[in-house]
Design a protein around this ligand. Sequence first.
Ligand code: SF4
Ligand code: SF4
Length: 72
Amino acid sequence: MIVIDAQYCKGCGICIHFCPKHVLEVSETRNARGYYIPGVIDENACSQCGQCELYCPDFAIFVVEEEECGKR
Ligand code: SF4
Ligand code: SF4
């Protein structure tokens, strides 16, 4: 699954741009700094390729294995 750490996101949209499966889009949710964070629109389409995590300059988005979810 995709986990977004909203406090670190600056709403640059790089993750949205590089996602080959169009899983992400700009949401209407703003973080504490006023940036519009990405929203996950189609989790099932995610191939867990890691491009979003790789390109995010602020380490604000992660691909998490389902079995790891309870550990975070
Ligand atoms: S892991 Fe890949 S397919 Fe999934 S949201 Fe990130 S870029 Fe898109
Ligand atoms: S690339 Fe990172 S900082 Fe930019 S919108 Fe995506 S999660 Fe936020």
